[in-house]
Write a protein that binds this ligand. Structure first.
Ligand code: ADP
Ligand code: ASP
Ligand code: MG
Length: 425
């Protein structure tokens, strides 16, 4: 008998019919003799709709109240799913994040899990029930305030529970058949990846491939939880995210030069114009940005103009953090001594990921050539050992992803990738 944690994303439980379909799948797993814990997301685009609603009430909703509001989405789906499973003659009990023992820090909107004590889940399993847990939510250790884990956070709930319960596998059910070489919504000829290492999946997730939340992959790697990403709409095997040296990983993992192309349109670029090119200015700028709470991504400093001794510094950050960073920089303009700030949220980021690129020269040249042949200008570049990222205009990003995918011969020659549901929001 195995212990399986299954997570169903919003598009898998978008309406009553979908909930009944998923309930059948869960009942089958339970009847096959396994212990089953299910983590569920809010129905369809509920979370986005709740955010829109809050914004209609106030432009700046208090983060504590926002978290209470958003966790309501997962309460609806967890209880409906438990009812649908019970209706099939299988006992099911639903639990909020707090009831499931998900303890977090106090950072509303992007709380980190610091402990999971799933004693109530264990009891439910011992009683022969399927345990349904609301994803994306927890409770703070000291104040008992409700928190959310950041967008896509149900993936992290699932992996954290799998680790705490010592589950055999964590299955992430979504609206595509697994992790592909690019987002199938943009590249229909993308190929399904059979197996991918935690490191490559981390880079894909960090670069915008939202099929798995970044923190969920970090957590899975730290605790060695194998993650199987698959579709709740088909019976196909999906993608196994695992350690490439894991003996349980059956056949040795192939090490292609390139695993995939990820894209991200959620970032913005800030340019600080005419910064005095003297020691300490970059330190000051990034101290101010860090203190504002904004997360940084790429940084570029131009060559200083010899005649003026001044330079421009640009950096990218999540567009959601744009206003706090601009406010902080504006407040410190006299000390930093720059002339003006430019804010641009019409950028896109493309990232090429592959563990094999470490030992293969010429990957960047091929990437830049593909973009230039398509007439796509590169505005910024950054690299890690297994990733190259470039910033382009937002309206050229889809085309950029397609040409790069083709240039690295990633296109599938047989079937097209299927997107079973979801709105891609
Ligand atoms: P869920 O609601 O199940 O959590 P998400 O919308 O968060 O689903 O994630 C699934 C989506 O991730 C897919 O519909 C797809 O558009 C997108 N995606 C982006 N990059 C990839 C990729 N490389 N492989 C598969 N899906 C991807
Ligand atoms: N419902 C939350 C969101 O839309 C969490 C999740 O789906 O994983 O981000
Ligand atoms: Mg998701």
């Amino acid at each position: 008998m195995a212990l399986i944690v299954q997570k169903y994303g919003g598009s898998s439980v978008a309406d009553a019919e979908s909930i009944k379909r998923v309930a059948k799948r869960i009942a089958e797993a339970k009847r096959a003799g396994d212990d089953v814990v299910v983590v569920v997301s809010a129905m369809g685009d509920t979370t986005d709709e709740l955010i829109d609603l809050a914004q209609q009430v106030t432009p700046l909703p208090p983060s504590r109240e926002m978290d209470i509001l958003l966790t309501a989405g997962e309460r609806i789906s967890m209880s409906l799913l438990a009812m649908a499973i019970s209706n099939l003659g299988v006992e099911a009990q639903s639990f909020t994040g707090q009831q499931a023992g998900v303890i977090t820090d106090e950072v509303h909107g992007k709380a980190r899990i610091i402990d999971v004590s799933p004693s109530r889940i264990r009891t439910a399993l011992d009683e022969g029930a399927v345990a349904i847990v609301a994803g994306f939510q927890g409770v703070t250790q000291h104040t008992n305030d409700v928190t959310t884990l950041g967008r896509g956070g149900s993936d992290t709930t699932a992996v954290a529970l799998a680790a705490a319960l010592g589950a055999d596998v964590c299955e992430i059910y979504t609206d595509v058949d697994g992790v592909f070489t690019a987002d199938p919504r943009i590249v229909p000829s993308a190929r399904k990846i059979e197996r991918i290492s935690y490191d490559e999946m981390l880079e894909m997730a960090a670069s915008g491939a939202k099929v798995l939340m970044l923190r969920c992959v970090e957590y899975a790697r730290r605790y060695g939880v194998p993650v199987h990403v698959r579709s709740s709409f088909s019976g196909h095997d999906g993608t196994l995210v695992c350690d490439p040296t894991d003996p349980e990983g059956a056949a040795p993992m192939e090490q292609p030069i390139i695993s995939g192309v990820a894209h991200d349109r959620s970032e913005a670029k800030i340019t600080i114009v005419d910064v005095p090119d003297v020691p300490g200015k970059a330190a000051k700028i990034f101290e101010v940005v860090a203190a504002s709470g904004a997360n940084l991504d790429m940084i570029v400093q131009n060559v200083s103009a010899a005649s003026t001794g001044r330079t421009d510094i640009s950096f990218t950050l999540p567009a959601d953090d744009g206003s706090i960073a601009i406010a902080a920089l504006t407040a410190h303009q006299p000390e930093i001594g720059y002339t003006s700030l430019q804010y641009d949220d019409t950028i896109g980021k493309l990232s090429l990921i592959g563990a094999g690129m470490k030992s293969h020269p010429g990957v960047s040249a091929r990437l830049f050539a593909a973009l230039s042949e398509a007439g796509i200008n590169i505005e910024m570049i950054s690299t890690s050992e297994i990733r190259i990222s470039v910033v382009t205009r937002a309206d050229q990003l889809d085309e950029a992803v397609r040409v790069v995918h083709t240039a690295f011969e990633l296109d599938s020659t047989d079937e097209q990738a299927v997107v079973y549901g979801g709105t891609g929001r």
